[in-house]
Structure formats: C-alpha cells, structure tokens
Ligand binder design. Structure first.
Ligand code: ADP
Length: 631
C-alpha cells in the first residue's frame, strides 16, 4: 500500500500539481490569434476530451532566420508536455510568447481551465549526462558573424573546425543587427554626388593639428589622395581606406590602437568582397547608417543581419565534412597545457564535452550589452544603465571575457559602452526604427524641437537625447523614405504595419502629424523649415553636414525612440594577427579572439556600420592565422 501511494504520488508530481484540476476539453479544432514580433500569429489546436492532439501554425509574419526555431519547438513542446508552461526559445522571445498566447486563445475556446494549463508542469524525463571527447584543428566559440568568418577562413586554409554556439541557433547579435557594412568602395560609391559639405568635412580633417603621429600620417596620405581626386574632375564621392581610418580613429577619441585601426580600414573592402564571393548580396545603393559619418554603408538585400548568417550557414552546409556547428553547446572553460590553450570544455544537450584544439581556439562570443551586472561594473560614461534596455540578443553576456581572463588575457577599453538614441520605447530593440538613412530624417523632442546634429557620432546624439524631456524623441521623415505604404524598413516591417501597431504615425500635413504625436504644431513646422533650409545651405546651427533631400512630400511620418544599450567597445586585447595578449603584452599561445568580444579597434565610440566590417575583417584574420599554427 505504502509503495503504491509513493508511485501514485510520484506520478501525480510528474504530471504537475495542476493535473488534479480541470484539464478537460470540448473536443474539436480551434484557432487563436495573438501579436508576434512582426504582426499577428494565428495558431490552430486540435483536442480530444483529455489531451492536446496537435498544434499547428496557420499564419505568421516573423523573420524565419530569427524566429523559425520558436515555430518548430514551441508547438511540439506544448503537445509533448500537455502544458502551456513551456520555455520560450532564447533569441526569439516575442515570437515564442506570441505563439503561446495564440495557442492559449485557441484553447480557451475549448472550455479548458487555461490557468491550470499555464501552471501545469510538463513531464520531465530526467536524463543522465554523458561525457564526450572530440578533437579538431580549431575550436571556435560563438557562431555570430565573427565566429562564422573565423571558421570559414580556417577551413579555407585547410583546417577542420568545430563551432560551439550556446544558443539554439547561430547568429548572435549579428543576425538581429542593422547590418550595415562600412567600407571605402569608390566603385560602388561613384554614383553618390560629392557636395560642398563633404568637401568641407575633408578639408577640416586634413587641416587640423594632428593628435599624434598616426593621425599625421593619415592626414598626409589623404591630402595627396584628395588633391588627386580634385584634379581628376571626378564628381562622385571621395573615399579611401585612410579616410575611413581617420574617421574611425578620430570618431573614437584616439583611444583605439592605431595598428588595429589600420588593419581594420585596410581590409574592410576585401573582407566585404570575400563575403560577397560566398553569396552575400548587397543593394547597389550605398548609404550613411546612423553615426557612420560618411556614405560608405553597404545595405544587405536580406533583412537585418540574416543575409550574412544565411550565407555563412550555406557555406558551412556545403563544407560540413570540414566544419561542424554545434548549437545549444556552451563553452565553460579553456583547457591549457604548459601555458598553451589546447582545448575547450563545453556543455551540450545531455553531454559534457571536452574538445581538443590541435592548432588553436578562437573566442568569438560577442559583447556584454545584455549583462546588466558587467555593464554596471564597467560603465563610467553614462548616467545609469541599470534600467536601460538593449538592442542585443540575450546571449550577449560577455562569456568570452570570463573564459579569457582565467588564462591571463588583458582587457582594453572596458568602460566604453555604446548607446544608441534608436531604441524602441517598449523593448529597447532596434525594430520599428523608421529611418532609412541619416540624410533623410531628423529628430525632435517632446516639444517638437530639434536638439542635435542628427548626423553626429552615436554618443553625441545619445547624450543630447538624455538631456531631453523623458529622454524621448521622434524620428521625422516623409514619402521619400517610404514611397508606398508597403515600403519596408531595415527590419522587414512596412510603414503601414508599424502605423497599424501604433509604433509609427503618418499624416498628410505637418499639423496633423504634430497633433498625432502630441507636439506643438508651430514647433514641428519650424523644425521642418529649419531642416529644409539646411538642405539648401549644406550646414545648420547644429553643425549637421549630411543632407540629401528636403522633407516636403506627404505622407509625413514620425516614430518614437529612446536611448538603448547597443555595443561594448572594450574587451579582450588582441594584436593585428588576432592573437590574444596577456597582461604583460605577450601572446597567449593557441588563443585567438575576434569580433565584439575584443577591444581596441573602435576606441571610445564605434562608428555606425563599423561592427560588421570589424567582425569580418578580424574573424577572417583570426581563422587564417589560427589555421597556420603548428599542431
Ligand atoms: P560578433 O558580432 O562578435 O560575431 P555575435 O553576438 O554576433 O558577436 O555572436 C556571438 C555568439 O557567441 C552568439 O551567438 C552567442 O550566443 C555566442 N556565445 C556567447 N557565449 C558563448 C559560450 N559561452 N559558448 C558558446 N557560444 C557563446
């Protein structure tokens, strides 16, 4: 009897406390609707009297590369666990929650006790963990853009590679980024006219007193290049790797490592062409992404950063004999032997791994903008980041720093945390941003007044935003940015759906727009007039230099934005070969790092569009050099 009671109780516990409550359905098939990341999700459930038999997606509009896994895993988990208390898929939280909500709405129609289903614990199979040892030439930690570039470059240099990714899918921040890629690319920039403001910006930079020898050297080169350009009579935009370097170095307050900036600028275009050679596609128009300071941003054809990751995953699939990608596998420790890094310990699904790296380990774990504790620990620049949102995916927790610190790595620039003035007021994410390019929009505060050069550095714009009422602003643009209601922003959202969701406003007159966003009409009218006068003059009282077309064609649009934590410029110190340095400036044998986990490339402020170039340039360098190590 005692034994029976114990078995009965165990079974009851396995089913969860709610199993004794009313889990009865009116048999049938029901549909429910709830908002997802990108509009409504419709789900369909089929139930008999006591069980959920099937859960099916009827329609949804989320980005497959980002949310696809949620649509695979969550319906299956609901059926397997007979519960609505299922885990969201990391990195696809909104879609996950939307799916659960839509299924709940459907199940509600079956008369079931929804509250009981939401608390019912799934039957968990307690599986024992096994141990596994595997050996590769190179172990790459992190499957964002940097890690993928490193893995591919290493394979192209003849190495066998494993890439470890702790999240359920590859992509990291790269896949959800704005995805603009900066490179001086005069061929593709030729159709952009060189205007007076562009000339003045170059003149100013090459005539100023240099900060140091590196800047003096760059100025000298640019003077020669610009003289040649001027005498050639070319009308297209001037650009060069050195002009990109000096803007990067100056825009980061000269605290970057000059040799890292040089390597970055010199290789940005070749790394772009390398990615294109694997199938990556960019639109023909070069633009200026927020805080890029110059029109050298390349815009992917696919939304967000999905193009890069799709390209990399396709390549890896075609070379799967040489590159293994393991998702849901978190690196927990570096293995060392005689001062050399020789492998990685990791936790996979049910498996404790020990990976031997015959040649080298590459850390490519991204930044720490999603780690509030680390953010607070290092931030000295911003008022308080405790409650600030982030544009980052939840895996951006700085794991690489912890791994590297234990083997003596040095960190640089840790207090340089980048915020953007472009966060969604509800989530902090970049989605819902209505700007299409710096030249074609301006900002106003809650009083309808402009308050900053909207083509300035990101830190300058964000600090100015913090000084406005509620640190809240509106991005203003017009039909030039959205020729039709179906025109999409860079996040795969049409202006029409943003308006429907209440995340943007559209109007046929400035007065009407002012009323919709609750700012004084006279001020908004004056702000538009001031902007349009700036387009004619090429300058304004805020010092803005990036102009293109007047905002004069209805519909006019407005979208709200707040400051949000975006990028961590500091991190592991590497040299130009992407080797990790210790606190005495010496190379740690067998250890490379690349991407946002590293520091020293961007200085105190990263130019918009420079991250995608950075991760590809140094990812490629890390992979190539790691592959050249002798086992
Ligand atoms: P980057 O732009 O530098 O490539 P991303 O954020 O795009 O940075 O990619 C970093 C990737 O590293 C993310 O996919 C993240 O989930 C992954 N990652 C972070 N920490 C670990 C870890 N401990 N083990 C495995 N993968 C990790």
């Amino acid at each position: 009897m005692k034994k029976f009671t114990a078995v009965f109780l165990a079974a009851l516990m396995a089913l969860g406390c709610a199993s004794s409550s009313n889990i009865n359905f009116n048999p049938g098939t029901y549909q429910g609707v709830a908002p997802g990341f990108n509009g409504d999700i419709t789900m369909e459930v089929t139930v008999d009297a006591g069980r959920i038999l099937n859960v099916r997606v009827v329609s949804q509009n989320d980005t497959p590369e980002i949310s696809g896994l949620a649509y695979e895993r969550i319906p299956a988990a609901i059926v397997a666990g007979q519960t609505l208390a299922v885990d969201v898929v990391s990195g696809a939280t909104y879609s996950s929650q939307g799916i659960i909500n839509a299924v709940s709405a459907a199940l509600e129609k079956s008369g079931v006790d929804i509250a009981a289903l939401k608390t019912r614990r799934p039957v968990a199979a307690a599986a024992a963990r096994s141990s596994k040892k595997e050996s590769y030439d190179i172990v790459v930690i992190g499957a964002g853009g940097a890690g993928m570039a490193a893995a591919i470059a290493a394979q192209q240099a003849g190495s066998r590679v494993v890439v470890l990714e702790k999240m359920p899918r590859a992509g990291g921040n790269t896949i959800i980024s704005g995805a603009a890629y900066n490179a001086a690319d005069p061929g593709r920039q030729a159709s952009i006219p060189m205007n007076a403001a562009n000339r003045a910006a170059i003149q100013e930079m090459i005539s100023k007193t240099p900060h140091d020898a590196f800047e003096a050297e760059l100025q000298q080169t640019i003077r020669r290049q610009f003289a040649e350009f001027t005498s050639s009579g070319k009308t297209g935009l001037f650009d060069s790797p050195e002009w990109h370097m000096i803007q990067t170095y100056n825009g980061g307050d000269y605290v970057a490592d000059p040799e890292m900036v040089r390597t970055f600028g010199a290789n940005a275009l070749s790394a772009l062409e390398w990615e294109i050679s694997m199938g990556m596609q960019f639109t023909p128009d070069i633009f200026t992404v927020l805080g890029a300071l110059w029109p050298r941003s390349h815009r992917p054809v696919m939304p967000l950063g999905t193009g890069y990751i799709t390209t990399d995953l396709n390549y890896i699939e075609q070379h799967k004999d040489m590159i293994t990608l393991l998702v849901d596998t978190k690196a927990t420790e570096l293995i060392t032997s005689g001062g050399r890094v020789t492998g990685v310990k990791a936790e996979g699904p049910g498996v404790n791994y020990e990976f031997t790296a015959r040649k080298a380990v590459v850390i490519a774990t991204g930044g720490f903008a999603a780690n509030k504790e680390l953010r607070q620990k290092y931030n000295t620049q911003w008022p308080n980041l405790d409650s600030a949102g982030t544009t980052n995916h939840p895996g951006a927790t700085g794991d690489g720093l912890v791994l590297a610190e234990k083997v003596g790595a040095n960190f640089v620039g840790m207090d340089y945390v980048q915020l953007l003035p472009m966060g969604d007021p509800a989530t902090g994410s970049l989605s819902g941003n209505i700007e299409q390019g710096v030249e074609d929009r301006f900002f106003v505060n809650k009083s309808g007044n402009r308050f900053v050069d909207e083509g300035a550095r990101r830190d300058v714009m964000t600090l100015a935003l913090f000084e406005q009422q509620d640190a809240y602003m509106w991005v203003i643009c017009d039909k030039h940015s959205y020729p039709t209601p179906q025109t999409k922003n860079n996040f795969n959202e049409t202006i029409e759906e943003l308006i429907q969701q209440g995340r943007a406003f559209g109007a046929d007159t400035i007065e009407e727009l002012a009323a919709k966003i609750n700012v004084p009409a006279a001020n908004l009218r004056a702000a538009v007039a001031e902007f349009n006068a700036g387009v004619d003059a090429g300058r304004d009282k805020w010092g803005r230099t990036l102009w293109r077309i007047k905002i004069d064609t209805p519909p006019y649009y407005a979208g709200a934005r707040i400051p949000t934590v975006h990028h961590t410029m500091g991190g592991i110190q590497i040299n130009t070969r992407a080797q990790v340095l210790n606190t005495r400036g010496q190379v740690i044998p067998g250890l490379y790092a690349c991407g946002e986990t590293t520091g020293g490339i961007h200085g105190s402020n990263r130019l918009g569009g420079n991250a995608l170039a950075d991760i590809h340039v140094f990812g490629r360098i890390a992979g190539t050099n790691a592959a050249a190590e002798r086992p």
